[in-house]
Design a binder for this molecule. Structure first.
Ligand code: PLP
Length: 368
């Protein structure tokens, strides 16, 4: 099939994922693969794993990648269950729904944790974190979300990781909505574990998540996991030498992801993608402001990934707005903040400045 013959999407997804993908990513799914064959295990899986490690840590040989079936949450649960042993204790710093999801995982797994809960529109206070690390010596691991997709806030990951290291803690970053779209280096953060998924900034389709791990730490995680299918150590042991997943992998999604990684490289890497997302966000923020829509967050806390907008007035009905916008070719996202009426517009995926300009024109028409 020629790329031109791949059908257009009926509308753009301006959401936090799954996202609008390129036609060539979708075209990469048009064949079947054998999960026992080298064409797939070496040609696709191992290639992806080494590309991910390079994206996460450059030329460093300290890190390894584990791919895990399921959406991003499966990767987070697998990582927490595998990395934090039953006798460990996790400090979770949460300022949104995804931070709180980590709390839920620990509750269900019945593993010890302590929560530092922060308002959804604020970054955590470093001195509070230091106080907790200093006073609770049982803490072994620290976890936080890079970009809290609930609001679109960026968290001070570098500062928190540095603090965790000062107290010799292992760091776990849910970089789901940031990895591939915001430059980061696990060695420099320093992060010991980092989780993301196929359908966020790498711009693949949904179906699996991945855990990037410091090899010397992961090697010590045998027998930690609470679950057999979510045992990231066991998955890694099988996958590391052979490229084999323990159980059936989403082959078409995995192949599409390899194509998406190649396109990230063609675009100029993470830095170039970051510039595109930042430009998308700038055009959106400035244009929306002109139309009377204000952002939930101040500019200095705002990520280039997704933006929360306050309802412009009391009569605003998101459902009506959503339906009208969908007819014009744009799918938006409801808000997720607890104490303000908001909706969200994503900037990630196969979205360019001219798409945002068209979006603004459509919003102007719908609002009028
Ligand atoms: C998307 C996302 C997840 C995973 O959500 P799934 O619905 O399981 O894909 C986790 N954390 C963050 C910050 C996210 O943006």
């Amino acid at each position: 099939m020629n790329i031109q013959d791949i059908p257009e999407n009926p509308y753009l997804l301006l959401t936090p994922g799954p996202l609008s993908t390129s036609k060539s990513v979708r075209a990469a799914m048009l064949r079947d693969w054998c999960t026992w064959d080298d064409d797939y295990n070496l040609g696709v899986v191992q290639d992806i794993r080494s590309r991910l490690v390079r994206l996460a840590a450059g030329e460093s040989d300290q890190f390894t990648a584990v791919l895990m079936q399921g959406s991003g949450s499966f990767g987070v649960e697998a990582c927490l269950g595998t990395a934090v042993p039953p006798e460990g204790k996790l400090l979770i710093i949460a300022n949104g729904a995804y931070g709180m999801r980590m709390v839920r995982f620990m509750e269900v797994m019945k593993r010890p944790y302590v929560l530092l809960r922060v308002a959804e529109t604020e970054q955590p206070d470093l001195s509070r974190i230091e106080e907790i690390l200093r006073s609770d010596e049982a803490i072994t691991h620290v976890a936080m979300v890079y970009c809290e997709t609930t609001t679109g806030i960026l968290n001070p990951v570098k500062e928190v990781c540095a603090l965790a290291k000062k107290y010799e803690k292992i760091t776990i970053i849910d970089a789901m909505s940031a990895f591939g779209g915001i430059p980061m280096d696990m060695e420099k953060l320093p992060a010991d574990y980092l989780i993301s998924s196929s359908n966020k900034c790498i711009q693949g389709v949904p179906g699996f998540s991945f855990i990037l791990a410091r090899r010397t730490l992961l090697e010590q995680c045998e027998g930690n996991a609470h679950s057999h299918s979510l045992d990231a150590y066991d998955q890694w042991k099988t996958m590391d030498g052979s490229g084999k997943w323990r159980f059936t992998s989403p082959t078409h999604t995995v192949r599409a992801f390899q194509q998406a990684l190649a396109e990230l490289e063609e675009e100029g890497g993470v830095e170039a993608r970051y510039q595109r997302y930042k430009e998308n966000q700038r055009i959106l923020r400035e244009g929306m402001e002109r139309l009377g829509y204000h952002t939930l967050l101040p500019e200095e806390l705002q990520s280039p990934i997704i933006t929360s907008f306050l309802y412009p007035n009391e009569d605003f009905d998101f459902k009506t707005f959503y339906t009208a916008m969908k007819e014009k070719g744009f799918v938006l996202y409801p808000g997720k903040v607890s104490d303000a009426d908001t909706f969200r517009i994503g900037n990630i995926g196969e979205i360019y400045g001219e798409d945002i300009e068209k979006l603004l024109k459509a919003i102007e028409e719908v609002t009028a």
